[in-house]
Design a protein around this ligand. Structure first.
Ligand code: F6P
Length: 576
């Protein structure tokens, strides 16, 4: 458990009146520390302390975080930890884990941690233990996945399901899509999984045009079951199935994942074929709820259990490890250090794993929908910068695109590098059980490709941190007029996350790591990380514009002159 001095009294925080963090002595101490560090370089910091890497690193169940290549010292970390304590972080962690309604604007508990709680645990919401509910749904999901995977669940004509199409958007898409790609080596390759999210009809067309409806299962995933994009795509999919197989086929070809049974029934999906979750699971925190059904069918129950175990391990680490060794807390504090004291606006996540190609996109919603806020929990304007712009792509591809700016541009971009000691098992084993070749095909005179990948991984953080001085460049015999072009300033901060291998367990750890990082930052900023009012206005305005675009008669347009003109131009050209 966190140390007792992190009590709510010490933090001075409560659910709706967060401490104004910029008015605390801890904030002032950090501002002073920042001023002191202004001229420091990572070269000097490393030279001054041979044990820096050992000191500024931490580990959680095999996930190793090296944060020594950051513009900070052990003293800075102590001050940042004191800030977290002042913000009442320990109290807020307990409030979340025990089901308090910390999502105050929606009057909801925030209990994604209950989704991976072990059977037998007790977490109460309004006096009701939600853990048995979670396991009841998991049991149904596991049974359903087994039936689809084994061919017991068939299409309406008795054919096996060959393709599962998840229809959902935002949190009902990004999580399972990211994880299905991340765990591709663990998937049953005889069943393909596709994801449709965009209301652009091209998405559903591309996902279905080469499929046989008789072998296709649609999972309509929507927490609310009212989301325009998802309902439009689901209706198109339904019409496609009905046209080919008749109305009665819907029962075999559609299941739903939602919290809204009434809407599911209205849509025409039997609630017996619905997998539920609850209002205390935020959309962007829902991939390990029934929203993960497509992933579960792809990887099977045993791997899904391992994934949940990874989440749970990181939850326990977050809840019980002192802040100075707590990975999510450290990542959160370091991010806040750059955002608020250095004024840096973006944060890159750079996985050195082909299979993590969707991870940055997943984190964009997790982080930016959670912490893209400008009022605190009391509704007061925040006095700090809040969430950064999160972005990234797999590492080596980025090296040949935007890393130039990371190394020599005028913008400093703090970055998380994520890499694995072992290559993925598709490369090492080739999944012979699924008809694969049984191992990578590589010429004997070429270094193992995983070593090539990881050499780049280590080289990049080294180059970003330490750069290359003009003297070093000149000493290499570079012509004097070229020297300035070939200097690397260094001092570009990075975190390195190094894990044993990309397994279901590790993926669960990584996702929970970032969930709790976001929580840590939101707590210190005093904001509600669990609502998303910022997405509403666009939805309302789009609802108003649809009839204006569809109307046969010239509609009376009451928008601003720009929007009116754009709509007129679209109407004049569309369909004509
Ligand atoms: O528009 C944002 C949002 O509400 C997300 O928070 C959510 O993940 C997504 O839409 C999808 O919502 P639903 O699962 O209700 O369809």
């Amino acid at each position: 458990m966190p140390s007792p001095d992190r009590s709510p009294a010490g933090g001075g925080d409560d659910a709706t009146q967060p401490v104004v963090i910029t008015q605390t002595p801890e904030w002032a101490a950090l501002a002073a520390a920042h001023a002191e560090l202004a001229g420091a370089s990572l070269r000097d910091l490393f030279a001054a302390d041979p044990k820096r890497a050992q000191q500024l690193s931490a580990e959680a169940d095999g996930v190793y975080l090296d944060y020594s290549k950051n513009l900070l010292t052990a003293d800075t970390v102590r001050l940042l930890v004191a800030l977290a304590e002042r913000a009442g972080l320990a109290h807020r962690i307990e409030a979340m884990f025990t089901g308090e309604k910390i999502n105050t604007t929606e009057h909801r508990a925030v209990l994604h941690v209950a989704l991976r709680a072990p059977e037998g645990a007790s977490i109460l919401v309004d006096g009701h233990n939600v853990v048995p509910d979670v396991h009841e749904v998991l049991t149904r999901m596991y049974a359903f996945a087994d039936r689809v995977r084994s061919g017991v669940w068939t299409g309406a004509t008795g054919r096996h399901i060959r393709t599962v199409v998840n229809i959902g958007i935002g949190g009902s898409d990004l999580g399972p899509a990211m994880a299905t790609e991340a765990l591709r080596p663990y998937t049953d390759r005889s069943i393909e999984t596709r994801f449709v999210s965009n209301v652009d009809g091209a998405d559903i067309w591309e996902a279905t045009h080469d499929l046989d409806p008789a072998e296709t299962l649609f999972i309509v995933s929507s927490k609310t079951f009212t989301t325009l994009e998802t309902i439009a795509n689901a209706r198109t999919a339904r019409a496609w199935v009905v046209a080919a197989l008749g109305e009665d086929a819907v029962a075999n070809h559609f299941v739903a994942v939602s919290t809204n049974e009434r809407k599911v029934a209205e849509f025409g999906i039997d609630p017996a074929n619905m997998f539920g979750f609850w209002d205390w699971v935020g959309g962007r925190y829902s991939m390990d709820s029934a929203i993960g059904l497509s992933l579960l069918i792809a990887i099977g129950p045993d791997n899904f259990r391992d994934l949940l175990a990874g989440f749970r391990a990181m939850d326990e680490h977050f809840r019980t490890t002192p802040f100075e060794r707590n990975l999510p807390v450290l990542l959160g504090l370091i991010g806040l250090w750059y955002r608020d004291f250095f004024g840096l606006q973006t944060h890159a996540v750079l996985p050195y794993s082909h299979y993590l190609s969707r991870f940055p996109a997943y984190l964009q919603q997790l982080d930016m929908e959670s912490n893209g806020k400008s009022v605190d929990r009391a509704g007061r304007p925040v006095t700090t910068a809040t969430g950064p712009v999160v972005w990234g792509t797999p590492g080596t591809n980025g090296q040949h695109a935007y890393y130039q700016l990371l190394h020599q541009g005028t913008t400093i971009v703090p970055a998380d590098f994520i890499g694995f000691i072992e290559p993925p098992r598709s490369v090492t084993a080739g999944q012979p059980e699924n008809g694969g070749p049984g191992g990578a095909i590589a010429p004997p005179d070429q270094p193992d490709q995983h070593l090539l990948l990881m050499a780049n991984f280590f080289a990049q953080t080294e180059a970003l941190a330490f750069g290359r001085t003009a003297a070093e460049v000149a000493a290499e015999g570079v012509a004097p007029d070229l020297v300035p072009h070939r200097v690397f300033a260094g001092n570009r901060p990075t975190n390195t996350l190094l894990a044993p291998a990309l397994t279901p367990f590790t993926l669960g750890q990584l996702i929970a790591l970032y969930e709790h990082k976001v929580f840590t930052q939101g707590t210190i900023w005093g904001i509600n990380s669990f609502d998303q009012w910022g997405v509403e206005l666009g939805k309302v305005l789009a609802g108003r514009i649809v009839p204006e675009l569809a109307s046969g008669d010239e509609p009376a347009l009451g928008h601003d002159s720009s929007t009116n003109e754009l709509i007129r131009r679209f109407r004049a050209g569309h369909g004509g």
